[in-house]
Ligand binder design. Structure first.
Ligand SMILES: Nc1nc2c(c(=O)[nH]1)N[C@H]1C(S)=C(S)[C@@H](COP(=O)(O)O)O[C@H]1N2
Ligand SMILES: [Mo]
Length: 423
């Protein structure tokens, strides 16, 4: 074998021993992967496509997490190991900011699934090469691959289950998806550093790769271009079935991947509902004439009924609702400015506002808004939408709507708001 003196020694013997003792059937498995399109070129093309697109999924995902508000413990965890999220006030402008970042994160995440699967398919034979490693460096590389592949499959699985409202897993989605993201990001960076030069070289000139190319190629059934067209077609199909969830009007019906709300009904309240009034389990009597909005802060408590709120200066704004599950819609909301309510509560410039709904249970029965989310001129306690009273499903008697605020914090069926001078 080798003649290089420095390569001899105890570890060298270990790798040689490994190579001399393949597990039974090893060759048969390797020979079973026969597709002649597998090879370093296919893997490199797919890898470079992912290198150009996955960073956008990662960055928009991290932005969504920041928008979701870890500083208010609305999302956990605050820090990951030695990583600290910088304190970050999510802006209220442009009002479509979260609609864009969330739409891109979920949409692109779905569209890239075929590319990721094809990339994994293209390197499967590598799993069965023997010996599994020929040096300590290679052992490390293979462990990072495990984190890379495990990480992305975990992110895809939890992400897809979440947007289908299938909380089948016994852990908190945000925590898991966020931790999983950091595992994946670390492995992704390592993988790019290790493999990018090779991928570029492979596309410049033909690089033989004994691990990727089949030992005994089968007959050609599909060219490399054919494989790429198939993968691209799959991605395009997913894109067509997904974009509708970010569009209003009849095209929304094309969002076949949207679990609910493809056909949200007619009229001013005819747009997608996340949690319905019935699902929220609020007693209908609580939203009738007996309803009062309670404002606290500055040492006093004030209460208003809906007629009193309607008698205050009304403000109208066209603002999106963008759900963390990926869908979004834009509507015209009318109500009282949150800044006006803060002044009535005796806290004209609050540091934060804690909003609580009539719901007794549920993760999203309350939310905390930042200072800029109360101060924005379009930040409203909405009473009406598109010229009509809010429907029960959209939060009657009153709901929060704030530019660029994730839908999950646009609390419906608001009972009270506490304006605070410190957060
Ligand atoms: N009280 C309360 N408000 C809530 C929710 C909830 O479960 N309870 N869901 C939130 C979520 S996740 C979203 S996306 C928006 C959707 O608003 P819509 O149903 O009016 O479209 O409402 C938000 N407001
Ligand atoms: Mo949502």
């Amino acid at each position: 074998m080798g003649t290089n003196a420095p390569e001899y020694g105890a570890p060298r013997t270990l790798w040689r021993k490994l190579a001399e003792h393949p597990p039974p059937g090893e060759g048969a498995v390797r020979r079973g992967w026969r597709s002649p399109v597998r090879g370093v070129r296919l893997t490199s093309v797919l890898g470079l496509v992912l290198l150009g697109t996955l960073p956008l999924v990662i960055v928009t995902g991290l932005l969504d997490y920041a928008a979701y508000g870890p500083q208010f413990r609305q999302a956990f965890p605050l820090d990951v190991a030695w990583l600290r999220l910088p304190p970050f006030d999510w802006p209220t402008r442009p009002s479509w900011l979260f609609r864009l970042t969330q739409g891109l994160h979920v949409g692109l995440g779905i569209v890239l699934i075929p590319v990721v699967l094809a990339k994994l398919w293209s390197v499967i034979p590598k799993l069965f090469t023997w010996p599994p490693a020929r040096s300590v460096a290679q052992v490390l590389e293979r462990v990072s691959l495990l984190l890379l592949v495990g990480g992305i499959l975990f992110e895809i699985a939890t992400g897809v289950l979440n947007i289908q409202y299938a909380y089948l897993f016994g852990f908190d989605f945000y925590t898991a998806h966020y931790f999983g993201a950091w595992v994946f990001i670390g492995a992704f960076v390592a993988h790019v550093v290790i493999k990018l030069p090779r991928a570029v070289a492979a596309l410049r000139r033909s690089l033989p790769d004994p691990d990727l190319a089949p030992l005994r190629p089968g007959p050609v059934t599909l060219s490399r271009r054919g494989v790429l067209a198939l993968v691209g077609g799959g991605s395009l199909l997913l894109a067509l079935l997904t974009v509708g969830q970010s569009l209003d009007g009849p095209l929304r019906r094309t969002a076949l991947l949207l679990p609910r709300g493809r056909n949200p009904g007619e009229g001013p309240n005819g747009f997608q509902v996340n949690r319905s009034f019935a699902a929220a389990g609020i007693q209908p009597a609580l939203t009738g004439p007996a309803w009062r909005l309670t404002l606290t802060g500055g040492g006093r408590t004030v209460r208003f009924d809906r007629a009193a709120l309607l008698a205050m200066p009304q403000h109208t704004a066209r603002l999106p609702i963008a759900c963390v599950e990926g869908w979004s819609t834009q509507q015209t909301w009318t109500g009282v400015r949150l800044a006006d309510l803060a002044a009535l509560a005796g806290v004209p410039a609050p540091a934060s506002a804690h909003v609580v709904s009539l719901e007794r249970t549920g993760l999203f029965r309350q939310a905390t808004l930042q200072a800029n989310q109360v101060a924005d001129r379009d930040a409203l306690l909405a009473l009406r939408v598109n010229g009509a009273d809010l429907s029960a499903d959209h939060g009657y008697p009153a709901r929060i709507i704030v530019p660029a605020l994730p839908g999950v914090h646009c609390t419906k069926w608001v009972a009270s708001i506490d304006f605070r001078t410190d957060d």
